[in-house]
Design a protein around this ligand. Structure first.
Ligand code: 6PG
Length: 235
């Protein structure tokens, strides 16, 4: 049974302050324990105010490694690139922000394999995985399509893979590289940040449906042993 706690806020700024505070604490604890922190951060638009708030925290940023939870297979610097968005905020602070898709990848499958190799070189498990959720119930870049089963239930050692969403999501209609379910749920802390009544409804339904959920977020959360915090803002 997954242990889920909801945290509700009136608006994005209130949620940003709370989530940034939690992430700061997770990073500090990892630095205290191990001298370094490795975290995965969601792409998309919702977390932008969280990242702005977090980047103002007094942290030893050079000890912090950040990877995106997932990436669109586009060149670095492209407006759709998640790591480009994350790097804008955290590179100036001195954090190590690591792209997971190289411009040299021949196709999305090859991009996924090289992202997996890169993940194997990071300190594991991740100290934190911060996820977003799409209105269609996807999380990270775990989408229905030919790679769905592998993303949800592939070999345990596979931490990242290439994914071709079917249908392609209109907000970024390109193939993806994503952390696998296993890569996500083995993190030491799992936080979801989302907003709006529609997404809340999707997540609530997904949790209720459990392992047979029609939504990726439901499949991801079913039977997760780690406690999950879902931060939700009304707007
Ligand atoms: C991506 C994201 C994705 C995101 C959701 C929500 O690359 O598409 O990492 O999983 O978290 O699509 O995105 P918004 O916050 O923009 O609604």
């Amino acid at each position: 049974m997954t242990e889920i706690e909801w945290w509700d806020y009136d608006d994005a700024a209130e949620m940003a302050a709370a989530v940034a505070g939690d992430v700061q604490f997770i990073i500090e604890s990892a630095i205290d324990a191990r001298g370094a922190a490795v975290i995965a951060l969601a792409g998309g638009k919702t977390p932008v105010p969280i990242y702005e708030k977090l980047s103002a925290a007094k942290l030893d940023w050079k000890r912090v490694t950040i990877v995106p939870t997932d990436e669109r297979v586009v060149p670095l610097g492209d407006p759709l690139s998640n790591v480009t968005m994350i790097a804008k905020t955290f590179l100036p602070k001195g954090a190590r922000v690591m792209p997971i898709v190289s411009n040299a990848a021949a196709d999305y499958k090859a991009a996924g394999r090289s992202a997996d190799a890169l993940m194997q070189d990071l300190h594991w498990p991740l100290d934190l995985c911060l996820l977003g959720v799409g209105g269609d119930g996807h999380t990270a870049s775990i989408f229905p399509g030919p790679d769905y089963d592998e993303a949800i239930a592939g070999p345990k050692e596979r931490r990242a893979l290439g994914v071709m969403p079917d249908p392609l999501p209109p907000e970024a209609p390109v193939p993806r590289v994503t952390l696998s379910r296993e890569g996500i749920i083995t993190a030491r802390a799992l936080i979801i940040a989302c907003s709006g009544a529609a997404k809340r409804k999707v997540i609530e339904q997904a949790i209720e449906q459990g392992p047979s959920s029609k939504y990726p977020i439901g499949r991801l959360l079913a039977d997760v042993e780690l406690p999950v915090d879902i931060h939700w803002s009304a707007e």
